[in-house]
Design a protein around this ligand. Structure first.
Ligand code: MTE
Ligand code: MO
Length: 364
């Protein structure tokens, strides 16, 4: 295992070494409400910067009354908060979309590009208040000190939040993850945590915060992480179009057993996660042993957390033979998930929240 991955668990599955991308085996994901740091999925577009905390400075500027330069010691003097929050990459479950039609050039994520942690740090709004927000500012843009390369151009990852979200109490500049200092690959010394939003808005190795009247023009806000209709392809895309992704949508996954599993016929224990996204809660999870014709309720585990997924389990009767098991969730807005993958297919392979199906064979 390379140096970059050295803080990760032996079971961590590496999808790409440079940049480092990977996640835990699905059964491990469904084993604990909060994901241990050494199993938490990693999504990088470039290098993992090594930042000296003594020389680290955070710059706050743009449409503010008082531009600020803050050292980590300055941040320690500000009020702190913690939030149990799930991060999910918009590309989670892309492999199911790629099986319908190609999603060229994108990482073939399974259902492991999601994890949960208790984050602690300074609410972003404390810093915005200290700087004073000018009228006309409607977006808060972030840049980072990593080195991303696209078509020969080098730049840092970036993105933005609408001002109203940036001022919400759950949005943190986090310096700890599950009680430990942020690991290098998760953004040490400081990252944004924007609960309810796609993972891309939780900018790691935070360097600058800029208040402005437009969303960030960074590649990862203005170009990537946009949702296009199913009839748009890499050939006919107009990058001005598409929807800049923000809030997550409702999803659920069977983590155990794995697709392709051979099981003993009879009652089978299914385990997995369900995540509502936005401010919504998971209200109900249902599983099916016949591809989605009949459904039965799963048991929701633990307590609801506004910004985190809900783990679930269900015992379902599987007769001998080949079957498609499926899961779907319902959220606190009474919404459920789309049934078919082809309804949500898009050429960038984002936001797959169709019913999750696995193929199993049960033997007597
Ligand atoms: N921040 C920087 N600086 N560089 C990145 O490549 N990836 C983003 C986000 N923040 C990224 C970043 C994406 S797309 C996701 S899904 C999350 O980080 C993943 O966070 P994690 O690696 O801590 O799981
Ligand atoms: Mo992502």
């Amino acid at each position: 295992m390379s140096d970059q991955a050295s803080s990760k668990h032996a079971n961590f599955i590496i999808r790409s070494q440079e940049p480092l991308n990977g996640g835990p085996p699905l059964p491990a994901l469904a084993a604990t409400a909060m994901t241990p740091n050494d199993l938490f999925f990693v999504r990088n577009h470039g290098s993992i910067p090594q930042i000296d905390p003594a020389v680290f400075r955070l710059e706050i500027g743009g449409m503010v009354q008082r531009p600020l330069t803050l050292a980590l010691a300055d941040l320690r003097g500000l009020p702190r908060a913690s939030v149990a929050a799930t991060l999910q990459c918009a590309g989670n479950r892309r492999d199911e979309l790629s099986a319908v039609a190609p999603t060229p050039g994108e990482l073939p994520w399974g259902a492991e590009a999601i994890s949960s942690a208790v984050w602690e740090g300074v609410p972003l709004r404390e810093i915005l208040r200290a700087a004073g927000i000018d009228t006309g500012a409607t977006h808060v843009a972030f840049t980072s000190s990593d080195d991303v390369e696209r078509s020969g151009r080098h730049f840092g990852f970036g993105g933005s939040l609408p001002l109203a979200k940036a001022l919400a109490p759950e949005v943190l500049l986090a310096d700890t993850m599950n009680g430990a200092p942020l690991p290098a690959e998760h953004g040490f010394p400081l990252r944004v945590v924007a609960p309810g939003y796609i993972g891309a808005r939780s900018v790691k190795w935070l360097q600058t915060i800029t208040l402005q009247a437009e969303p960030s023009d960074n590649y990862f806000q203005a170009h990537a992480y946009k949702l296009f209709p199913t009839d748009i392809t890499a050939q006919n895309v107009d990058w001005q179009g598409g929807m800049m992704l923000g809030e997550q949508s409702l999803t659920s996954v069977i983590c155990d057993p794995a697709t392709g599993a051979k099981l003993a016929a009879g009652p089978v224990l299914l385990r997995g996660y369900a995540y509502a996204g936005g401010e919504r809660l998971v209200e109900r999870v249902e599983v099916s042993a016949d591809g989605g014709a009949c459904w039965q309720q799963a048991e929701l585990l633990g307590q609801p957390e506004r910004w985190a997924w809900r783990l679930w389990q269900a015992r379902i009767d599987v007769p001998p033979g080949r079957h498609t098991l499926a899961v779907r969730a319902w959220d606190s807005a009474a919404q459920t998930q789309p049934s078919e993958i082809c309804q949500v297919w898009n050429f960038k392979g984002y936001m797959n929240n169709a019913w999750h199906r696995i193929a199993v064979e049960a033997v007597e």
